[in-house]
Design a protein around this ligand. Structure first.
Ligand SMILES: Cc1cc2nc3c(=O)[nH]c(=O)nc-3n(C[C@H](O)[C@H](O)[C@H](O)COP(=O)(O)OP(=O)(O)OC[C@H]3O[C@@H](n4cnc5c(N)ncnc54)[C@H](O)[C@@H]3O)c2cc1C
Length: 154
């Protein structure tokens, strides 16, 4: 997470994904979420799986030292700044490792939920689609529609 004293006004959106970066996958403006403090502008950056793998290859899977986390925060910030969208120096930056954040595969990419018609059992969650609130909601909606479908046949 990066915190800036002033808004990054040249960035025209509050969340976006990166297409050609080896380091960054996703960026969103945490302070634009409802109910968050607006005293500073805070951005959360997610790394690519490729970059996370390279850190793990260098450091192992154990708890990371403060020095390594600072290095990672700096590398991710540099990539964000290289966008060329007037990203100023943050007054706060901190990296952390978020275990299990990138499942290798979605469990129900097509159907978006697990569905046992005979048992009338729908199982939903981010693991079915993608590791985000959006993934969890899509999966929940798919499970609800399976149940509505079966109820309407009764
Ligand atoms: C630190 C962190 C920050 C995140 N930030 C973001 C973000 O900014 N934007 C974004 O899109 N996503 C973010 N995510 C990911 C997002 O939170 C998840 O993708 C989403 O919450 C998954 O929803 P879910 O309903 O599938 O699972 P969960 O939210 O994990 O819900 C599962 C529920 O099941 C309950 N449960 C588990 N086992 C049992 C049991 N045996 N019996 C009964 N209940 C049980 C749990 O208590 C929990 O309430 C973040 C995740 C983390 C960890």
């Amino acid at each position: 997470m990066l915190a800036f004293a002033e808004p990054l006004s040249l960035i025209p959106t509050k969340g976006f994904s990166f297409k050609n970066s080896k380091v960054l996958n996703w960026a969103y403006c945490d302070s634009s979420k409802p109910g968050r403090s607006t005293t500073s502008e805070r951005w959360v950056l997610h790394s690519t799986m490729e970059y996370a793998r390279s850190v793990i290859a260098r450091t192992g899977v154990g708890k990371l030292s403060i020095e390594t986390l600072n290095e990672v925060a700096e590398e991710m910030f540099q990539e964000f700044q290289d966008l060329g969208l007037g990203v100023s120096k943050p007054f706060f930056s901190k990296a952390h490792r978020w275990g299990s954040a990138f499942p290798a595969e979605s469990r129900a990419k097509e159907e978006k939920c697990l569905w046992e018609r005979e048992k009338r059992l729908a199982i939903c969650g981010d693991f079915c689609v993608s590791p985000s609130v959006e993934g969890a909601i899509c999966s929940g909606l798919a499970a609800a529609s399976k149940l509505v479908e079966i109820l309407s046949c009764l």
